[in-house]
Design a protein. Sequence first.
Length: 151
Amino acid sequence: MKCYSGDDTEGGTLWESSTVPRLYFFCIVNTTHQFLNSHHRMKYAIIEASGRQFWVEPGRFYDFNHLELNSGDKIALTRVLLVNNEGDVSVGHPCLANAKVEATILGHINSRKVTVYKMRPKKKTRKKQGYRSNLTRVMINSIQFDGSTIQ
């Protein structure tokens, strides 16, 4: 690790140990950027479904707002905003015309309970309510872009 004191690398003073006390210093560390490189080599798509945007990957399931479909139905989501195929990124404006995500409905579930508690101080007014929204669990089968299938 090489450390510099000062505001930039040209005007700074180089020292080899980071134990030397300085007021202003920054460190340049040699890294291989493994996290960033692996992040860009992933296969994923960003889609818009049921009023929200989802980062989806093939082989994983996601919970959408309730859809009026039966379990086992196959659907194609065409509002694809971005596709990343191992670093080859395609961004739509706002959507990609030649991309779609194929998915299967796994079933309908309820979300975790949200507790709403209303209280007026110095009064005897207290109201406690619970709410669970209906969700549809969807398994992403594949992402199709330009005639090729990403799995």
